[in-house]
Design a protein around this ligand. Structure first.
Ligand SMILES: CCCCCCCCCCCCC/C=C/C(=O)SCCNC(=O)CCNC(=O)[C@H](O)C(C)(C)COP(=O)(O)OP(=O)(O)OC[C@H]1O[C@@H](n2cnc3c(N)ncnc32)[C@H](O)[C@@H]1OP(=O)(O)O
Ligand SMILES: Cc1cc2nc3c(=O)[nH]c(=O)nc-3n(C[C@H](O)[C@H](O)[C@H](O)COP(=O)(O)OP(=O)(O)OC[C@H]3O[C@@H](n4cnc5c(N)ncnc54)[C@H](O)[C@@H]3O)c2cc1C
Length: 710
């Protein structure tokens, strides 16, 4: 009979073999030095974070793309805009053919949908945006703003009989959705709406997919009844092109907006409507409907609530963008860390050069973004699952107060998480670009593409600074609930529950006196809770003061954003991200051998984010004297120093395969120079003289011949 130790050794080796098959070893090479230093097994962490099923699912997607010539990298340099759009469209179509996840599977495992979006985003942001605008944004808007009578549109998208887009923004109004000018007037005789853009300023603009491909759009317009009354913004399904020819429909002038700063695989377009007649049934009637004779009906009595509900489908986009931008952050940080671990400059002696990752400066610039990628990734997935819960409630027509509160909370969270995540990715991508020096500026290494394609996430689905106001409005509304309605502060997801201890929390002071104390993420979390309570109180007082001084509500709100409400919304979402990550890293189901590294990431994310608010922490008296500031700084540097040896392995956990990452300076083999040099030499015409060589060699300038004569 085998001894207990032999049996457990056999089991361990069986588990290891299983893990090695699932996640094969990475090539040996210059990165091995750091891989060997890691304090944990990267395969075990990958398995814990994703689970076997998701690891296999990712592999299926990545392998399919790598083996499909349509997805070949660098096959054509310097694509024309037309070719770039064509390729993105062809790939989008191919993704539909692969049908990586069926509707049933998505219903059973919604997180897998997010995994699919992430895999596509890692391959190319234009591809995922084009794909999602059609298959998710358009169909979601139809399904959630419409009713059963609109289900045919969703079916037609699936079979690509039609191609969709989402048109809210107009030339003269973007953030101020309420004041869109496009008008839909009901004609009771014809049982049709007549759609008009009153002038060119009311043209829909910037609409993804509208430029060249979309046949149908969800268009937002002011609904007007024959009695001349306007009932506010409503959504309509509008056919803008003929699916058989892709020519525009009569009554629609539709066009393309040309080159953008990034995301050029997506055709952003404009449209103007001139007496375009659409069937009455094309009104997406969740928030309001019209009787055949032209009477307006709505289950939302409060126009403000109706307006909010009509824009409800934007929440899913903001939740998903929170996740998609984390992919950009992951790509950028993986490139910069692998580069920094293999790039050597200077050294303590003439005969020894050290990797730039060994410099405290490089660690401090990069490792907090690695921690942010882990923390935000966890948050974005959990928020997505919260959204799924809300969505299920909508499907089952849950009219409970909890469901309504859940909707408000998710709206508030997503209006701050999109800004936080997109800005972190934006600043992180730029830092990573610089951290890779001149090689980071070569297009082939992809950091420019990542940065430029991430950029519009700060603007679309709501400008970041404007969206943050929704979150601070939500938080301020709890002050009213507490003081005027005398109701406890308690939300379905619990994100605001700590505000119930408002007075206690404001009485607390920075608790850590040593670096060791500060390593516990509960220190940063407690500081964040204080910060949110403080900023909430100050924002509330500032608003009151503005009003006492004679400002209107509008002015008071505007004059209370900078340093008050804006900081409040950001601190709140950072606090929520930290809270969720803190709980995750401390949870007993998190393997004990993985906890140390995860806890360090959590503490670093918390302290690094918190350090932006040092002035406020001192201003409000939470910190006093030299000690707290110094302890926070020292702990950040200490954590960066310790995590430096884990950084390459932490990257190995989240990095996609080389083909997807597509950055010669960051391949898994770590052969920085070989890979860079080979790619440089493989460029087309690199060794050829220019086609215009004779302009130098033969045609010399006649110096001074064009000097202006005064
Ligand atoms: C599985 C899902 C997959 C989805 C996949 C998505 C992937 C993403 C791919 C990326 C593609 C991107 C393509 C880009 C698309 C676009 O950009 S579309 C256009 C986007 N435009 C905007 O977002 C406009 C921004 N402006 C607004 O949303 C609003 O006008 C506002 C600024 C938020 C509010 O303006 P205001 O007039 O000041 O109104 P308020 O008084 O603040 O609001 C009234 C009440 O309504 C509530 N509310 C508002 N919006 C919502 C909402 N979306 N959901 C729920 N509730 C909402 C608001 O909170 C107010 O409520 P009360 O305070 O309770 O009164
Ligand atoms: C790549 C891309 C794709 C897009 N795709 C789509 C799409 O598919 N469908 C669609 O409908 N739209 C789309 N858009 C448009 C996008 O949704 C809008 O650009 C966005 O909502 C912001 O509106 P705006 O551009 O009019 O900016 P504005 O609202 O004019 O904002 C300009 C500036 O003013 C500031 N500002 C505005 N209001 C306030 C305020 N109250 N307080 C303080 N500051 C304020 C903003 O912060 C911003 O910096 C897309 C945009 C881009 C870049």
């Amino acid at each position: 009979m085998a001894s207990v130790s032999t049996t457990s050794a056999k089991r361990d080796s069986h588990e290891q073999n299983h893990l090695d098959l699932l996640l094969p070893d990475l090539p040996k090479g210059p990165l091995s030095m750091y891989r060997e230093k890691a304090s944990f097994c990267w395969k075990q962490l990958a398995l814990f974070l994703d689970g076997e099923d998701v690891i296999r699912f990712k592999k299926t997607i990545f392998t399919a793309l790598e083996n499909d010539p349509l997805f070949a990298r660098n096959s054509e340099e310097h694509l024309s805009l037309e070719r770039c759009r064509e390729l993105t469209f062809l790939r989008c179509k191919r993704i539909m053919e692969y049908d990586f996840i069926t509707m049933d599977e998505a219903m059973a495992q919604p997180l897998k949908l997010l995994v699919l979006f992430s895999c596509l985003a890692m391959y190319d942001m234009s591809l995922v945006v084009k794909y999602l605008l059609n298959c998710q944004v358009f169909t979601n808007a139809v399904a959630s703003t419409g009713s059963e009578r609109h289900s045919a549109f969703v079916e037609q998208v699936r079979s690509m009989e039609i191609f969709g887009c989402f048109a809210l923004t107009e030339l003269s109004h973007g953030s101020d959705a309420k004041h869109m000018k496009t008008k839909a007037t009901y004609d009771a005789d014809a049982k049709e709406f007549i759609l008009n853009s009153p002038d060119f300023e009311a043209a829909n603009v910037g609409v993804g997919n509208m430029g060249k491909t979309a046949t149908h759009a969800v268009v937002y317009a002011q609904l007007c009844t024959p009695d001349g009354k306007c009932h506010g913004l409503h959504a309509f399904v509008v056919q803008i092109r003929d699916p058989k020819t892709l020519m525009s429909m009569p009554g629609v002038m539709v066009g393309d907006m040309g080159l953008k700063l990034g995301l050029n695989g997506v055709d952003n377009g404009f449209a103007i409507f001139h007496n375009l007649r659409i069937p009455k049934e094309n009104l997406l009637n969740h928030t309001g409907d019209i009787t055949p004779t032209g009477n307006y009906t709505s289950s939302f009595k409060d126009p403000k609530q109706r307006f909010g509900a009509s824009l409800g489908s934007l929440a899913s986009g903001r939740v998903s963008i929170t996740n998609v931008v984390v992919c950009n952050l992951k790509l950028a940080i993986c490139i910069a860390i692998r580069f920094s671990a293999t790039r050597r400059q200077f050294g303590p002696r003439d005969d020894e050069e050290i990797p730039v990752l060994e410099y405290q400066m490089q660690q401090w610039r990069l490792i907090p973004y690695l921690a942010a990628a882990y923390a935000l990734d966890h948050f974005s997935k959990s928020l997505f699952m919260n959204f799924v819960e809300f969505h299920v409630g909508l499907l089952f027509k849950d009219k409970s107060a909890r469901q309504a509160e859940l909707g408000r909370e998710i709206h508030a969270l997503s209006c701050a998480s999109k800004p936080l995540a997109s800005w972190t990715a934006q600043h992180g991508a730029q830092e990573c670009r610089e951290a890779c020096g001149g090689h980071g500026f070569l297009a082939m290494n992809r950091l420019g593409e990542i940065r430029n394609d991430n950029d519009p996430n700060c603007t679309y689905e709501g400008d970041n600074n404007v969206l943050l106001q929704q979150t601070s409005n939500y938080l301020l509304s709890w002050v009213t609930v507490k003081h005027e309605d005398k109701v406890p502060i308690e939300s379905p997801l619990g994100s605001v529950n700590f505000l119930e201890r408002f007075d206690d929390i404001l009485g607390q002071r920075f608790p850590a006196s040593t670096v060791k104390d500060c390593m516990d993420s509960s220190v940063a979390l407690a500081a964040y809770q204080w910060l949110v309570c403080y900023l909430l109180r100050e924002s509330y007082k500032k608003l009151q003061k503005e009003k006492e001084n004679g400002s209107s509500d509008f002015e008071a709100r505007n004059n209370s954003q900078v340093y008050y409400c804006r900081s409040l919304a950001l601190a709140f979402i950072e606090c929520t991200v930290l809270q969720r990550y803190h709980e995750y890293t401390q949870d007993s189901s998190t393997p004990s051998n993985l906890q140390p590294v995860l806890k360090r990431l959590c503490a670093l994310y918390g302290l690094w984010s918190l350090s932006k608010y040092m002035a406020v922490l001192y201003q409000g008296g939470y910190c006093a004297g030299e000690q707290p500031g110094r302890v926070i700084q020292h702990t950040i540097l200490d954590l960066c120093g310790t995590l430096k040896d884990d950084a390459v392995a932490l990257v190995d956990v989240i990095v996609p395969p080389d083909f997807i990452l597509n950055s010669p300076i960051a391949r898994a083999d770590g052969e920085l120079y070989k890979n860079l040099w080979t790619t440089m030499l493989q460029g087309s015409k690199v060794l050829e003289r220019p086609s215009w060589w004779a302009e130098f060699c033969a045609n010399k300038p006649n110096i001074g011949s064009l000097r202006p004569k005064l």
